[in-house]
Design a protein around this ligand. Structure first.
Ligand code: CO
Length: 152
């Protein structure tokens, strides 16, 4: 396992519409492992493959309840609304308030090529929506209602 370099806003890979994965193979499982390492090393809660320079539909998330790996995720259902602060490992030092659905139901493929469904609310729902935006080339700074620098 290895920690990967996180691409920063301004890098064109973060603007790409990411390609679907055909099948999860050993190479993709290695990428999932490396992405998890990268996420934990950076103390993040979510990371999308384009953030490590690979424009494919893969994300890893851990909001404190364990690692979730999603390949080809699709949101099937959204409900409610939440407005809250977000940041991004690709946009260090910047935070902003972003409106998101309160609950999302997401369908995805896991590392064993099994199709799964997960329903999340609150921070998990926010994180899922943020990471899936990365797969469309969208950053939270593109849709935030307000932005601010981290106060130190
Ligand atoms: Co992000």
């Amino acid at each position: 396992m290895a920690s990967l370099e996180i691409k920063k806003a301004g890098n064109p890979v973060l603007k790409e519409i990411c390609k679907p994965v055909d099948r999860v193979d050993s190479k993709l499982r290695k990428l999932l492992d490396d992405m998890a390492d990268t996420l934990y090393d950076a103390n993040g809660v979510g990371l999308a493959a384009p953030q490590v320079g690979i424009p494919i539909r893969v994300v890893v998330i851990d909001v404190g309840d364990g690692l979730i790996e999603m390949v080809n995720p699709v949101i099937r259902y959204k409900e409610g609304e939440q407005l809250g602060a977000e940041g991004c490992l690709s946009v260090p030092g910047i935070f902003g308030d972003v409106k998101r659905a309160e609950v999302v139901k997401v369908e995805f493929t896991d590392r064993k090529n099994k199709r799964k469904v997960l329903t999340g609310s609150g921070l998990l729902a926010r994180c899922i929506q943020h990471e899936l935006d990365h797969l469309e080339g969208r950053l939270f700074i593109d849709i935030a209602e307000s932005l601010r620098r981290e106060e130190d």
